[in-house]
Design a protein around this ligand. Structure first.
Ligand code: ATP
Ligand code: MG
Length: 390
């Protein structure tokens, strides 16, 4: 018999969203994510979700690792099936949980019967298995209140299952349950983390990357596509909209006061991203901006940048220290790619003394005479769409 995976679902008390749509979305995401590990049956009973391999060819361990990156799952554990017999259950526990039984100092056994025809009560079964394990592992003592290790035994219709404490899952909400947003993905550390944070709250993402060939190299673009690929285990399939940005930047270099170049350029990024959002049904923009990190991330600069779009701009990293962002980046696996030394379009033509507190009036004056609509349209029409699969 194959091992199965048990999932504890995340935040169920959702205002305005019901439990059913949470479960349906999560199950659909799980199926998509597990495709390459074989065929699985996924169903929910009494707030636990079961992921069962349909046959022996499934890669259950691979599936288990993949599920650690699926948002909406609060905890997960592998369970070993065995015959519905007290000694078969004991043997399964000893074999399957041997490492953990050796490592723990305190434990308890918690048995549960869905099949009420099983000849022992839950309490009798817990006592039997607990007593035998206590005897077999000399270093273990029983603690029913705060055990390090809980051995769970479940008697279900066709088999009994043994498992231990759940490992923490990715948490959050199933991707897609909160709509779609467009995330501005640079090659840096912050924007992949910001994207991940918003995906964690149940938002499906499309990525926009501004590419300034030949000022930024094909390697810089590959790096961004690789960052998107690293995010797919969390976010699912991603489309990266690569925007040709050279013409806009060259035009702005010719016509903008140098100290306002970056802020005007960022307004174009927002306008273009909003057009992309309209085309893919996205209802917000996401950036990796962080208050005070660079000149374009003062409150004044953010206000002037945000003024050109009507969609909300989500900046989940706005209140974080760099160190905190780096920590998440390492944990989700994007850090090593983010620090590869390729230039970004934001660092091309960077003014020596960017204006820290731009006013809307001076920025609008700097944009006078530009064919804003035409520049945005040309950029959007030149978009290359790259689909990235997990
Ligand atoms: P990051 O580490 O994400 O690159 P940063 O601190 O370098 O952030 P900026 O370069 O000022 O900050 O960019 C701020 C935000 O603007 C980024 O987090 C990202 O969301 C967006 N951005 C910057 N450059 C690009 C780009 N070439 N394509 C798409 N989005 C970009
Ligand atoms: Mg950057």
């Amino acid at each position: 018999m194959n091992e199965i995976i048990l999932l504890k679902l995340g935040e169920m008390v959702l205002k305005g969203l019901n439990r059913r749509s949470f479960e349906d979305k999560l199950q659909a995401n799980i199926h998509r994510r597990l495709n390459r590990f074989g065929q699985f049956r996924v169903y929910t009973r009494q707030s636990a979700t079961y992921v069962e391999p349909k046959d022996g060819s499934c890669d259950v361990q691979g599936a288990y690792e993949a599920l650690k990156k699926v948002f909406g799952i609060a905890g997960l554990s592998l369970a070993r099936p065995c015959e519905k017999d007290k000694d078969a259950i004991l043997a399964a526990a000893r074999e399957f949980l041997d490492d953990r039984l050796r490592a723990a100092r305190t434990f308890k056994v918690e048995a549960k019967r869905a099949d009420k025809t099983f000849p022992m009560t839950s309490i009798q079964l817990s006592q039997y298995v607990g007593g035998e394990l206590h005897e077999a592992y000399g270093s273990l003592s029983v603690d029913v209140h705060h055990p390090e290790l809980t051995v769970y035994v479940e008697i279900r219709d066709f088999a009994a299952y043994v498992h231990a404490n759940a490992e923490p899952g990715a948490g959050g909400l199933p991707v897609g349950i909160n709509g779609r947003a467009v995330s501005l993905l640079s090659g840096g550390i912050d924007s992949p983390v910001a994207s991940w944070m918003i995906a964690k709250r149940g938002v499906a993402l499309d990525m926009v990357h501004f590419f300034s060939y030949p000022y930024t190299s094909p390697e810089a673009k590959e790096k961004v596509l690789e960052l998107a690929r690293l995010l797919t285990p969390w976010c699912g399939v991603l489309t990266v909209h690569v925007v040709p940005f050279t013409a806009v930047q060259e035009q702005l270099r010719r016509s903008c006061p140098e100290e306002l170049f970056t802020i005007v350029m960022r307004r174009f990024m927002m306008r273009i991203s909003q057009e992309v959002a309209a085309r893919c049904g996205a209802k917000a923009l996401v950036t990796g901006e962080c208050l005070g990190q660079v000149a374009s991330q003062t409150m004044e600069a953010m206000a002037v940048t945000g003024q050109v779009v009507s969609l909300p701009i989500l900046r989940p990293a706005v209140g974080m220290d760099k160190e905190e962002i780096v920590q998440i980046s390492r944990r989700i696996g994007t850090y090593d790619t983010s620090i590869l030394p390729y230039e970004d379009c934001c660092t091309v033509f960077t003014p020596r003394h960017p204006r820290l507190r731009p006013t809307l009036a001076e920025v609008e004056r700097a944009e006078e005479g530009l064919d804003i609509e035409g520049m945005v349209r040309a950029a959007v029409e030149g978009v290359e769409r790259v689909q990235i699969r997990p």
